[in-house]
Design a binder for this molecule. Structure first.
Ligand code: AMP
Length: 496
């Protein structure tokens, strides 16, 4: 397999936060998941400041860049755009939040300005409806002056408007795999003119079981085409897919295990039964703009959303059990400020691009360090600053250490001075219990969560966390003061 793998690949490890700084190619800093030697490396010239003008984009596309307010290409854009414009296949190791959408959208728009219009020439496949919509919106913004048309194709909504739009003629299709296959099978889409294929968030498509669908879709595309594959991580299945679909690719990486430096992290050790009161305390005493909260399960997202609403917050939940319309309403409401707080599961929050998220709060710690980086990547976007709080119980010790190892530093443990950590757990924790009418409880949805999982920190303690991460007791710096201001949503955040 190795000798069949494309040999000429650039490897660029660039931090998104160093947009205007130089960045250097590193041969040794190989991302976990990339087998050293699988790719051969060519020296990437050290780049200094770069300007969008250097890409020589079609003037109508360049106008879209100006309208979007982009001045400096992000590292993934600086590295990928020239190669995509040359027609090269690209393997982009980058997550949402790095500017990867424009990294493929701009050269695609540029390319489509030449040649005929009215048939599908670019196909972008994404794992979720939300991401598909976001890509479609970005293309609409960046390509406003181009007269190129894009359509989204995903399930859970009426198929007829999609068929109508396809009939009228579009150049770009942004699709989720399942509904796209339906259109292919119903012959309501013609993919024989596709020149560029983008597989976005390929690792999530794999997580969601879409790889067989992707392979079926590939069978309906012209063999001669340009393919761009974006993935935040490189599990073996994605490596194999990349091997099968990419020809002589350039590989571009924006460090995916490094959280943006624009985000500050803090752990809040607490007993499981005190998570909600602590969350309410944090919301009350923190100057926030928009807050995205993550839970482990759909059920917990729904319940927590309801609890926050009861507590007076304009909150919504975003989880897979909602209809597409309600999901979109939650997302739109969060984006336009109708909802100050959105409680979501990992899958539902994939690719959420809401620029003003000031805080990500992990009500439940994620299962992997990659998921942590993904979650906190929802804040601190495009070089804005953000805060990531994670509520941790004693059971989360191993995961905390895994995350710290991945980030390469120990996270600050905080205690909230005015919070009573000594409230004992109720004998039966009914907080996330399902209503009695529901006969079965789904696995992992936390209805019978055990109680008193964490050892609550002693508020006055100055004990530093041990390197083993076993003790969460520490607070060198008080995280909050008792006379802190009430929540100030919709106001500019303090620069500091
Ligand atoms: P993405 O990773 O494509 O989801 O992009 C994340 C966010 O960064 C989006 O809100 C984009 O509008 C924004 N963005 C993309 N490229 C740039 C850029 N060159 N300068 C500033 N913001 C950007």
């Amino acid at each position: 397999m190795l000798d069949r793998f494309p040999r000429s690949c650039y490897y660029v490890n660039a931090s998104y936060n160093k947009i205007s700084c130089s960045w250097k190619k590193t041969k040794t800093n190989v991302s976990p998941g990339i087998t050293p030697g699988l790719f051969s490396f060519e020296t990437q010239k050290k780049r200094e400041f770069m300007d969008f003008k250097e890409f020589n984009l079609n003037e109508k596309v360049a106008a879209g860049v100006v309208a979007a307010g982009y001045t400096t290409p992000t590292p993934i854009q600086a590295q990928a755009i020239p190669s995509v414009m040359q027609g090269r296949d690209v393997m982009g190791l980058a997550q949402t939040g790095t500017g990867k959408t424009a990294a493929f959208a701009l050269p695609i728009l540029h390319r489509l300005m030449q040649g005929s219009h009215g048939h599908v020439r670019a196909l972008i496949v994404a794992p979720t409806r939300e991401l598909a919509e976001q890509i479609h919106v970005s293309i609409g913004e960046l390509g406003k002056q181009t007269r190129l048309k894009s359509v989204t194709i995903y399930g859970g909504v009426n198929v007829n408007p999609q068929i109508e739009k396809l009939k009228r003629g579009v150049e770009i299709v942004v699709a989720c795999p399942g509904r796209l296959l339906d259109h292919i099978n119903q012959k309501t889409i013609n993919l024989s003119h596709v020149e560029v294929l983008v597989l976005d968030e390929a690792d999530h498509m794999f997580d969601m079981g879409f790889l067989p669908d992707i392979r079926k879709i590939l069978g309906h595309l012209p063999r001669k085409r340009q393919t761009l594959l974006f993935s935040a991580t490189m599990p073996e299945e994605i490596r194999r897919l990349a091997h099968d679909v990419l020809t002589d690719p350039i590989t571009v990486q924006v460090s995916n295990t490094t959280a943006p430096v624009t985000v500050t992290h803090a752990l809040y050790p607490v007993g499981e039964h005190l998570k909600t009161p602590l969350l309410l305390n944090l919301l009350k005493h923190t100057d926030t703009e928009s807050v995205l909260i993550f839970t482990r399960t759909k059920h917990r997202a729904k319940r927590l959303g309801e609890q926050l609403e009861k507590a007076g917050y304009k909150a919504a939940s975003l989880q897979g059990n909602l209809s597409q319309n309600r999901r979109q309403a939650a997302l739109d409401g969060f984006r336009d400020g109708t909802f100050q707080v959105l409680v979501a599961t990992d899958i539902a929050a994939r690719g959420i691009d809401v620029s003003q998220i000031s805080h990500v709060i992990n009500y439940d710690i994620p299962n992997t360090s990659e998921a942590y980086v993904h979650r906190i990547g929802r804040t601190g976007r495009a070089a804005k600053s953000g805060d990531a709080f994670t509520l941790v119980t004693g059971e989360d010790t191993v995961m905390v250490r895994t995350i710290e190892r991945a980030l390469g530093s120990q996270l600050e443990r905080r205690t909230v001075p005015d919070f009573d950590y000594h409230v004992t757990a109720p004998k039966k924790d009914s907080e996330f219990a399902r209503p009695p009418r529901q006969p079965q409880q789904r696995r992992g949805e936390g209805g019978k969560k055990s109680v008193a999982l964490g050892r609550p920190p002693a508020p006055a303690s100055k004990t530093r966390p041990t390197s083993s991460g076993r003790s969460y007791q520490q607070s060198g710096k008080p995280a909050h003061t008792t006379n802190a201001p009430p929540p100030r949503f919709k106001q500019p955040r303090n620069a500091g």
